[in-house]
Design a protein around this ligand. Structure first.
Ligand code: PMP
Length: 407
């Protein structure tokens, strides 16, 4: 990416010129949520100003236009994930709701006492708790893949965990704490040898890595719009058609039905069977806009730029005495978790904030991982394509100052 390209991209994100306590904002909390380009916000505005009517039901012009836009957004998402059929794309409220949907509906259809679910130690709470709830409901067991000292999954132990009781594997494509890019194709291949389906949590991968759900042979793949420059409150569940057809609806209500009588209700076909109630039809079109924006820059260009930021920031962080980087996987996304000496991560985060720098501190909703590493949490910087080496330079100056104050 040339400097001129980067300048133009940054100009698309008005928030990047904000002052925080009179300082230039440096936004390094992209793993939590990304900033929104003008085109996404304008799409939301256009939706509410010019295209707003409830979808799928109305015979009138606006309703038809809104329905077309929502369904076109579904096709955009399907193309983005390279899904075989657009009906395999279900809009949800986000990654969390998508995982809850699968844990509930798949669990209802296929799981019983004594069965097992495999997750990994590096999962976000949203890929642990729904499975734990299923295990409690059904009397099942949660099995956990550990990691090595670099923060990579132990595939040998994973293989030994797969057995005739395993009903599903649910795994992050990219860890939101360690940045590890997990070998999901291999994980899926191994599970399929046992006829076990795999859900991939793509919350931290889709903004950074091209994803092809058919090539991966993923059974379910989920992500949130807000982490890929889209709006909050909407996300995606991709599921293979045969699996989505085989599991019951998650919620009941309007839209997901074919016929309703007090004696019996029949359910709508895919994807509507899983979309009870009025969907976020403005959010879906804004998500599609965000995906087009990302594709316009190109995920390959994004990956190269972000990898450059990761390498540069990692090198520069080691200028700081006592620097301990948590997560040094060979395959790593642009996320760096670190600690400095015995300084509490929260103190570093608070002081960086006063200098206009937004980082994340704490357990990052991955408490079991943080506990297993026996640390109090981490400071996490996570980059997006609009971040620059200049911002990293300023961050390093600020961090040196903060560490000097806290030592
Ligand atoms: N999984 C991972 C790996 C995440 O990083 C996050 C968000 N931090 C989630 C799931 C949950 O996403 P959401 O809150 O958008 O549902």
């Amino acid at each position: 990416m040339t400097n001129e390209q980067l300048r133009q991209i940054r100009a698309d994100f008005p928030i990047l010129t904000e002052k925080i306590y009179t300082k230039d904002l440096i936004y390094f909390d992209n793993g939590a949520t990304t900033q929104k380009p003008r085109c996404v916000v304008e799409r939301i505005e256009e939706g509410y100003y010019h295209l707003n009517a409830n979808i799928h039901r109305g015979v009138h012009y606006l309703s038809q236009k809104a329905t077309e836009a929502h369904e076109a957004a579904r096709s955009t998402v399907a193309e983005f994930l390279h899904a075989g059929k657009r009906e395999e794309i279900i809009f949800t409220r986000g990654t969390t709701e998508a995982i809850n949907l699968v844990a509930t509906s798949f669990g209802e259809a296929f799981c019983k006492a004594g069965d097992e679910v495999i997750v990994s130690v590096m999962e976000h709470h949203s890929n642990i708790v729904p499975w734990q709830m299923l295990c409690e409901r059904k009397g099942m067991r949660l099995r956990v893949i550990p990691i090595n000292e670099r923060g990579e999954l132990d595939l040998e132990i994973y293989k030994s965990l797969l057995n005739e009781h395993t009903k599903i594997v649910s795994i992050a494509h990219v860890s939101n704490v360690l940045g590890t890019i997990n070998p999901v194709a291999e994980i899926i291949r191994l599970a399929h040898e046992h006829n076990v389906p795999v859900l991939v949590d793509g919350a931290q991968s889709v903004p950074h890595i091209p994803v092809n759900v058919v090539e991966l042979d993923a059974d379910f793949y989920v992500f949130s719009a807000h982490k890929i420059y889209g709006p909050t409150g909407i996300g995606v569940l991709y599921g293979k058609e045969n699996l989505l057809n085989a599991i019951p609806p998650y919620q009941g209500g309007g839209e997901m039905i074919q016929t309703v009588t007090f004696e019996k209700t029949t359910y709508n076909e895919l994807p509507f069977k899983f979309e009870a109630g009025t969907p976020d039809y403005i959010g879906s079109t804004a998500l599609a806009e965000a995906l087009r924006y990302v594709q316009c820059i190109g995920l390959d260009t994004i990956a190269i730029h972000e990898h450059g930021l990761l390498t540069y920031a990692t090198e520069r962080l080691f200028e700081i005495e006592g620097m301990h980087i948590i997560g040094t996987a060979k395959e790593k996304s642009a996320v760096i978790s670190f600690l400095v000496g015995t300084i509490h991560p929260y103190d570093i985060g608070m002081l960086l904030d006063k200098l206009g720098i937004a980082v994340r501190t704490g357990h990052h909703c991955a408490q079991p991982l943080i506990d297993s590493l026996e640390i109090p949490g981490t400071v996490r910087v996570s980059f997006a394509f609009y971040n620059t080496k200049g911002e990293i330079d300023n961050f390093i100056v600020a961090l040196k100052r903060v560490v000097g104050m806290l030592q």
